[in-house]
Design a protein around this ligand. Structure first.
Ligand code: UDP
Length: 455
C-alpha cells in the first residue's frame, strides 16, 4: 500500500515591529510549530528577530517599506503605524503571491497583528483564511471597539473635559475616562481613526487574544457576543508556548548575580518596557523615593528613554549617587528571569500587557505607573479588579514613591497583595495545566486549520 505523505500546512505571521508585539507573536509561532505547522514570518525591515538562532525552524520574509528606522523614532508608534499600513498593502500582496507560487498552495491561514490591518487586502484578494491576533488585553480590545463606535466629536470633547476624567465610562466599568486607552503619541482624532481600522475584523475568521478566561471572562464574553466571530483566549503565551524570548535588545544578565545576594522578596524591579519615555524630573523623584525607602532596587533604563540623552548621561550627578546607594542599573534586563527570581518583591511597571502578564505569571505584585494607551486599562485592572497593584496617578513625588515601595515590600498591605498575586498565578497555572481554558483554545484554533493529507 502506498504510504501517505503528510505535508505540513503553513501559517503566515505578520507582527508589528515592536518588542511588545513581536514577543507574543513569536511565542505563538513556536506554539503553532509545535502543533505541526510550518511558520513563515513576514517582517518589515524594523524587526530583526530573524537573526535569532531560537527561530531557525521558521522561514522569514522581509517586505520593502519606504519608511526608515528614524521615522519610527520621530513619528512615534501611532503615526508610524498609520503611515506603515497603506505603504505595506501592495508589498504584502506581492509577498503572498510569491509565497503561494513558490511554496504551493499550502497556506492554512494568515495571522496578523490587529495593528497590521494592511494584511486584510491581500488575504481577501487570495481568498485566504485570516486570524486577527491581539497582543493587548481583551479589555483593551473591548475599549477600542466601544470607542470606535462612539461619535468621534463627542468622544474628543469628553476626553478633553477635566471634570469627566474621574467618572466611569458608560459600559466600561470600572474604567474611568482617564483609564481609556488614549495615546501620548498622537491626537484623539487620529486615535479614533486608528480604532475604527483595528476594530474592523470582519474579513477574519477568528480573533485570538494573548489572555486567559480566568483574568478577563466578562470582556471575552463581550467580544464573543459583539464581534460575532470565534474569540480564542490563547494566553498567556509566554507560559503556554514556553518558547525562548525574542529580545530585540541585548539582555544584561549581570543583574541576576546582584539579585542572588539579596533577601527574598526584598527588591523592587523597575522597567518601563520598550517604548515609554521619562522626564528627568520624574526620574529624580523616583530615585529620591527609592533611595529614601531604604529598599534595594534593580532598574532597567532603556537607552533613549530619557530626553536628549543616549542613556543616563544627561541626568544630574545626584541621580547616580542616589541610585548607587542601594540600586543596580542595567540597560535591558532578562525580565522573565528577574521576575522569577526569589529576591524580587515588587515590579514597578508602565503596565504594558506583556509585563502585566509576566508579573501575574510569577505572582509579583506591582506598582503601576502607566505611560500611554492600553497601559492605563491594565493598571486600573491591576489595582481594582485583580487587586495586586497600587496605581500611582498625577504628579510623581518622592514621598509617594517611598510610600508605595514600603507598602509593597515592608507593610502588611503588601503582604496581602503578594498573597493575592500568588493566588492569581496559581489560578492561571491551573487553567493552563488542566487544559480547559487557554490550551484548549489553542487546540480548537489548530483544529480549524488542521494538517493537509497528501497522497
Ligand atoms: N523587557 C525585557 N527587558 C527589559 C524591559 C522589558 O525583556 O529590560 C520585555 C518584557 O519582558 C516584555 C516586553 O519587553 O515582554 C515589553 O512589553 P510590554 O507589553 O510590557 O510593553 P511595551 O514595550 O510594549 O510598552
Amino acid at each position: 500500500m502506498e504510504a501517505k505523505r503528510v505535508k505540513k500546512r503553513r501559517i503566515v505571521l505578520v507582527p508589528v515591529p515592536a518588542q511588545g508585539h513581536v514577543t507574543p507573536m513569536m511565542h505563538l509561532g513556536k506554539a503553532l510549530y509545535a502543533k505541526g505547522f510550518s511558520i513563515t514570518v513576514v517582517l518589515t525591515q524594523y524587526n530583526r528577530v530573524s537573526s535569532s538562532k531560537d527561530f531557525s525552524d521558521f522561514h522569514f520574509l522581509t517586505i520593502p517599506c519606504s519608511l526608515t528606522e528614524s521615522d519610527l523614532h520621530t513619528l512615534g508608534p501611532l503615526k508610524f503605524l498609520m503611515k506603515l499600513n497603506p505603504i505595506c498593502e501592495s508589498s504584502f500582496k506581492n509577498c503572498l503571491s510569491n509565497l503561494l507560487e513558490e511554496q504551493g498552495n499550502d497556506i492554512a491561514c494568515v495571522v496578523y497583528d490587529e495593528y497590521m490591518y494592511f494584511s486584510q487586502a491581500a488575504v481577501k484578494e487570495f481568498q485566504l483564511p485570516s486570524v486577527v491576533f491581539s497582543t493587548t488585553s481583551a479589555t483593551a480590545f473591548v475599549c477600542r471597539c466601544v470607542l470606535a463606535r462612539v461619535n468621534a466629536e463627542s468622544f474628543i470633547k469628553d476626553m478633553k473635559d477635566l471634570e469627566a476624567q474621574d467618572k466611569v465610562f458608560p459600559g466600561l466599568h470600572p474604567l474611568r475616562y482617564k483609564d481609556l486607552p488614549t495615546s501620548v503619541f498622537g491626537s484623539l482624532e487620529s486615535l479614533h481613526k486608528m480604532y475604527c481600522e483595528v476594530s474592523n475584523v470582519r474579513t477574519a475568521s477568528a480573533v485570538i487574544i494573548n489572555t486567559a478566561s480566568c483574568l478577563e471572562s466578562s470582556s471575552l464574553a463581550w467580544l464573543q457576543r459583539e464581534l460575532q466571530l470565534p474569540v480564542y483566549p490563547i494566553g498567556p503565551l509566554h507560559i503556554a508556548a514556553s518558547a525562548p524570548c525574542s529580545s530585540l535588545l541585548e539582555e544584561d544578565r549581570s543583574c541576576i548575580e546582584w539579585l542572588d545576594k539579596k533577601k527574598p522578596s526584598s527588591v523592587v524591579y523597575i522597567s518601563l518596557g520598550s517604548l515609554a519615555l521619562m522626564e528627568t524630573k520624574d526620574m529624580l523623584e523616583m530615585a529620591w523615593g527609592l533611595s529614601n525607602s531604604n529598599q534595594p532596587f534593580l532598574w532597567a533604563i532603556r537607552p533613549g528613554s530619557i530626553p536628549i540623552s543616549e542613556w543616563t548621561e544627561s541626568l544630574p550627578e545626584e541621580f547616580s549617587k542616589l541610585v548607587s546607594e542601594r540600586g543596580y542599573i542595567v540597560k535591558w534586563a532578562p525580565q522573565m528571569e528577574v521576575l522569577r527570581h526569589p529576591s524580587v518583591g515588587a515590579f514597578w511597571s508602565h503596565c504594558g500587557w506583556n509585563s502585566t502578564l509576566e508579573s501575574i505569571g510569577e505572582g509579583v505584585p506591582m506598582i503601576c505607573r502607566p505611560f500611554t494607551g492600553d497601559q492605563r486599562v491594565n493598571a486600573r485592572y491591576l489595582e481594582s479588579v485583580w487587586r495586586i497593584g497600587v496605581l500611582l496617578e498625577g504628579e510623581l513625588e518622592k514621598e509617594t514613591v517611598e510610600r508605595a515601595v514600603k507598602m509593597l515590600i515592608v507593610d502588611k498591605e503588601g503582604e496581602d497583595m503578594r498573597k493575592r498575586a500568588i493566588d492569581l498565578k496559581e489560578k492561571l497555572e491551573a487553567s493552563l495545566g488542566s487544559g480547559d481554558l487557554s490550551c484548549s483554545s489553542l487546540d480548537e484554533l489548530v483544529n480549524f486549520y488542521k494538517y493537509k493529507i497528501l497522497k
